[in-house]
Design a binder for this molecule. Structure first.
Ligand code: NAP
Length: 301
């Protein structure tokens, strides 16, 4: 048998449970993966709460990004073989907080040797989101980028990607994250201060891109600072971004490879700040659900 962390009903964390299942066998186009690490994301609890629909078969395995070792390949898979170290999204309905899962081979990627399993496990969701949201608008060096939620899983990688491009980053986060962000060259703005006023003072001609990882009123209050409405991009709250003339997170199938390379060159550090065993997946999810973690939280089966 093989352990997997699931929710048994839509709703709160009381419906989460660690259960046993038969190790999943790869179908055509799939690879079986022994999970070595899985990234925790806000989407995990949003799915459990039913905020993204209620059509999943229950119990529903949790977790959307993982890294591990290939144990078997399904029919028609030629790019991977047993023993390969990989990262990717678990196939629908399989989960990442598990001892074993399946990836669809066409969305998986080889893990570079120099990238740890824990770092690799943060790439498929958080890393790609950081990459895609910071590549809106084809900006030049010197452009000003405002990042809301700059010290979180996506935000801290987004901050570092902007530093690579020599953008000027205005990083909005809680005071506890000031040092972390200033060390990457960002100009820190405390999230509990008058943020819109601070932005107006620091960028009187407007900001070239707003990367929003918070949403709601925090986004509404700063959105007018963008040089144009289409320079507002939100992973956290696409509906509000669209209402304001901006967009949700764009996606590009090539991003997984690009951000994996960037991380393997040590240009971006996913900043894994906490690792929990699978038996403590509940605590890992609760930490992320608190909404104030720094960098990434990872479950290590
Ligand atoms: N669409 C997609 O594909 C996609 C992919 C990944 C993530 N997302 C979404 O993007 C959002 C961020 O994800 P994440 O993984 O980075 O989450 P996270 O790791 O929880 O980070 C969120 C950060 O926002 C900060 N924050 C909270 N309220 C704030 C405020 N008013 N102003 C500034 N910062 C604030 C938090 O800490 P402090 O307040 O302590 O600084 C935290 O560091 C989530 O809503 C997630 O669901 C979407």
């Amino acid at each position: 048998m093989s352990k997997v962390y699931v929710f048994t009903e839509y709703g709160g964390p009381q419906h989460e449970q660690l259960i046993d299942r038969e190790p999943p066998q790869p179908g055509p186009g799939q690879i079986a993966v022994q999970v070595r690490a899985a990234g925790v994301n806000p989407v995990d609890w949003k799915i459990r709460e039913g905020l993204l629909g209620r059509s999943a078969e229950l119990p529903a395995p949790m977790g959307r990004e993982a890294a591990g070792v290939v144990t078997a390949v399904g029919e028609g898979v030629s790019d991977f073989s047993a023993g390969d170290e990989v990262l990717g999204h678990p196939a629908p309905g399989l989960g990442a907080f598990a001892e074993h899962t399946l990836f669809d081979a066409d969305t998986a990627h080889l893990k570079p040797e120099e990238v740890s399993f824990t770092d690799a496990a943060t790439i498929p969701v958080a890393g790609t989101t950081a990459y895609d949201t910071t590549h809106v608008g084809d900006l030049d060096a010197g452009a000003t980028v405002l990042i809301l939620g700059a010290g979180g899983g996506v935000g801290y990688m987004a901050t570092q990607i902007c530093a690579v491009h020599q953008f000027r980053v205005l990083a909005v986060a809680s005071e506890a994250k000031r040092e972390l962000l200033e060390a990457k060259g960002a100009t820190f703005i405390a999230s509990d201060s008058a943020v819109a006023e601070a932005v107006a003072e620091l960028a009187p001609d407007g900001v070239d891109l707003i990367v929003d990882l918070v949403g709601g009123d925090a986004l509404r209050s700063v959105a007018p600072a963008a040089v144009s409405a289409d320079r507002v991009v939100s992973a956290a709250d696409p509906a509000t971004a669209e209402e304001l003339g901006g967009q949700g997170r764009p996606t590009d199938p090539e991003t997984l490879e690009k951000i994996t390379d960037v991380i393997s060159y040590e240009l971006v550090d996913p900043h894994v700040t906490a690792q929990y065993p699978l038996s403590q997946a509940r605590e890992a999810l609760a930490a992320v659900e608190s909404g104030h973690t720094e960098g990434k939280v990872v479950v290590v089966p």
